[in-house]
Design a protein around this ligand. Sequence first.
Ligand SMILES: C[S@@+](CC[C@H](N)C(=O)[O-])C[C@H]1O[C@@H](n2cnc3c(N)ncnc32)[C@H](O)[C@@H]1O
Length: 238
Amino acid sequence: MADKKSESGEYWNRHVVSWEASTYYTDKDMPKPNAWDRFSTYFRGASLYDRMTLALEMLQPYLKGLTVLDVGCASGRFANQLLEAGAARVIGVDISEDIIRIANERRLAGPHKERLEFFAADLAKPASLPKVDLVTSLGVIEYFDRDDMQVFLGNTKADYFFHDFPDVARTTNWLLWWMRQVYIRVNQCPGVYLYKRDEFSELVKQAGFAGEVWYERRSIFHYASNLPRNPAQFPPRG
Ligand SMILES: C[S@@+](CC[C@H](N)C(=O)[O-])C[C@H]1O[C@@H](n2cnc3c(N)ncnc32)[C@H](O)[C@@H]1O
């Protein structure tokens, strides 16, 4: 019998294809999202396209020659963009076999098949992940409670990380926060977990990441990383 997935993993395994189809609504090759996801598109708008563009702007100066692991990669949208922005190789991992199948179909149809790889794994359970230079995630770690977060951080084998960060400051935008609470309850999502910066810095240190952890807010999104703050101080790779 297959191992039971983590609670957040079970939720995303059921939900990710519909979520992706409604979030990146300009993609026409996806199955139709469910009615609730179609409705939520009106509120979400293009915001998650922006989350990716902002992350890419911040990462671009570091990427040349890097091997990157994008966790919670869904259909591989960000993985492809990381390659186009200069990464040497990108590996994407996600809980859902269905979304990994879609990622692989797109990979085989696209120009980067040799430099991309996708596989399925539950990252909130002990998992064997490849050693990479940089691990990235967008919209993923907010679904990990403290125990899952410790398991997740312990799973990742990289010198550097760059994560879209669920900062407690999100609650200050009360309208967005409460709309989000309705969305996750209707969808029966187990929870979204916010972190204080000090708390997260301590967790990544315990997981063995070195260097100063910094946080940056761009638009409505927060990002956390231990890359050198100044890209000019980042040793070139490859
Ligand atoms: C909000 S979506 C973000 C997808 C993508 N990073 C993006 O920004 O478009 C969260 C992603 O994390 C994945 N995910 C959630 N929990 C996971 C887990 N325990 N293990 C692996 N992937 C997980 C989901 O399947 C989904 O693809």
